[in-house]
Design a protein around this ligand. Structure first.
Ligand code: BG6
Length: 499
């Protein structure tokens, strides 16, 4: 990318994603010297915006969200901003794309870019098809370099709509040119799961149903739906987080080691996991294995929150779930019988993403005599906001000989990545935009992954659609419905408290 450069076309350049994530990520890449001077960004949206206004938006977004600080008077900033152009574009008007083509050609000459074009669609998915067609018909794909399409979730609403969407895009772009973003795959600690598993003699031999009792994945958020009620009320937690981020994390935890670190090898392994997910046998089984909830009013971290049904743009009798917890099985040789418990929700008490591996107890443990209590060993990946890994092991309570209490206590061995490098690790979007620009699709979801994930989620959504008598209202600021605790209690487990 440094040698031949690229033009980034950001569709939806006046939107939230561009402001919060994309511009700051491009700035960080620039500051780290990963882009050189051979790049240009064309911001595209319907709204008219002068170049000066656009540069002001850009500056504001970077000042607010980037991990590098910037000042308007810096020469560096001026040089960076000179790479950004804005053009108002009506996505359905082919003439606009022809004009865009000539703007792009001029920028390619100006910055000595070899015709490489990356189209980032930060747009509603129903526009993906028309954009793809107009890119082709407007002559935007006729340069000598590469052309890549980066698209945001949601990729469809269910399997049927995802298929249609995919067919539309495939008329113009080949699968290898499509980069479907799941920003969780860009998180440092999610990428670290593979390293911890496959590069450590401590863990790899134990990574199976002989030693692991269960795996718990928690994605909890302290925010409600905020201003996204319109989108969220049609999506809900299952489609918004389950189909993508959560199932992707299951694949990272469960997959076999890829034979090489090539994108297709890794993605093949993830697909095998998705194919092995056990379908629920009936609607009753969905009910007993999947708990759904919706937040009522309450208080989160000292701030009062309205009930979901009172949020703007939400149906006042909505049955959309803002929380779900599920028991999932990966039916293969390695994982037979090991439950994966996954849960996510809005307006919960803590913002965190954690993966806990609970190991089985040691058989015939001599220390179990007396008053000793043994906790199972845990391996915990802390994905965000703190990043790190820790293990919990049993050790002797120092100096203890008092037989009236346990002489064994759980102790933690903690690798706190955030403590070492601060909270300043590259943002997911930074890693992913860079990978897409370099043509590395490892941490993007391939069509067969998306398809299988929808297939799994659809059976739950269909069972839910029949009636909502099992939708539990939980007060904002709590850990969701009690039934989610019972889901584990039935198996003799409990959710490990998050840190
Ligand atoms: C998005 C969801 O994909 O992920 C949001 O649409 C959610 O509803 C967000 O808030 C969470 O991402 P992160 O990185 O803050 O955990």
């Amino acid at each position: 990318i440094k040698q031949s450069g690229a033009v980034f076309f950001i569709f939806g350049a006046t939107g939230d994603l561009a402001r919060r994530k994309l511009f700051p990520a491009i700035y960080s890449l620039y500051r780290e010297g990963k882009l050189s001077e051979k790049f240009a960004v064309i911001g595209l949206a319907r709204r008219p915006r002068t170049e000066v206004q656009f540069h002001d938006d850009l500056l504001q977004s970077i000042q607010e969200f980037a991990r590098y600080k910037v000042d308007k008077v810096d020469a560096d900033w001026q040089r960076f901003a000179a790479h950004f152009t804005y053009m108002s574009l009506d996505i359905n008007n082919i003439d606009g794309f022809k004009e865009l083509s000539s703007v792009a050609t001029k920028l390619e000459q100006k910055f000595d870019i070899a015709g490489n074009r990356l189209f980032y669609l930060a747009l509603a998915p129903d526009l993906f098809g028309s954009v793809a067609h107009n890119l082709r018909d407007g002559g935007m794909l006729e340069t000598d370099g590469w052309h890549r399409l980066v698209i945001e979730k949601p990729f469809g609403f269910d399997l049927a709509s995802a298929k249609l969407l995919n067919e539309e895009i495939n008329k113009v772009f080949e699968e290898k040119e499509i980069y479907r973003i799941d920003h969780y795959l860009g998180k440092e600690m999610v990428q670290n799961i593979g390293v911890v598993r496959f590069a450590n003699a401590f863990f790899e031999p134990l990574w199976n149903n002989k030693y692991i009792a269960n795996i718990q994945i928690t994605l909890s958020e302290t925010v409600g739906v905020e201003e996204r009620g319109g989108y969220y009320d049609h999506s809900g937690a299952l489609r918004d987080m389950g189909q993508n981020h959560m199932l992707q994390m299951v694949t990272m935890m469960a997959m076999e080691p890829p034979s090489r670190l090539h994108p297709e090898d890794l993605r093949d392994e993830k697909v095998k996991v998705l194919r092995s997910l056990r379908a629920y046998s009936s609607k009753e089984e969905v009910k007993s294995h999947v708990v759904r909830g919706q937040y009522g009013e309450g208080t989160v971290r000292g701030k009062s929150r309205v009930a979901y049904r009172e949020e703007p743009n939400v149906n006042p009798v909505s049955t959309t779930s803002t929380y779900f917890a599920a028991k999932v099985f990966v039916d293969n040789f390695r994982w037979a019988g090991v439950p994966f418990y996954i849960r996510t929700g809005k307006n919960l008490p803590v913002k965190t993403t954690e993966v806990v591996v609970e190991f089985k107890n040691i058989p015939d443990n001599v220390y179990l005599a007396k008053k000793n209590k043994l906790q199972p060993n845990l391996l915990v990946f802390r994905v965000n906001p703190m990043e790190g890994i820790y293990i919990k092991i049993n050790a002797k309570r120092p100096g203890s000989s008092d037989e009236s209490q346990s002489t064994i206590i759980p102790v933690a061995m903690d690798f706190c990545q955030s403590c070492l490098v601060g909270l300043n690790t590259p943002e997911a979007y930074e890693l992913l935009i860079y990978d897409a620009a370099c043509g590395d699709s490892t941490y993007f979801t391939r069509w067969d992954e998306v398809k299988l994930a929808w297939q799994f989620v659809d059976q739950i959504a269909e069972a839910w659609a029949e009636n909502a008598d099992d939708l539990h209202i939980y007060p904002a600021g709590t850990w969701g419905p009690q039934e989610a605790d019972e889901l584990l209690a039935k198996d003799g487990f409990h959710w490990w408290p998050v840190n």
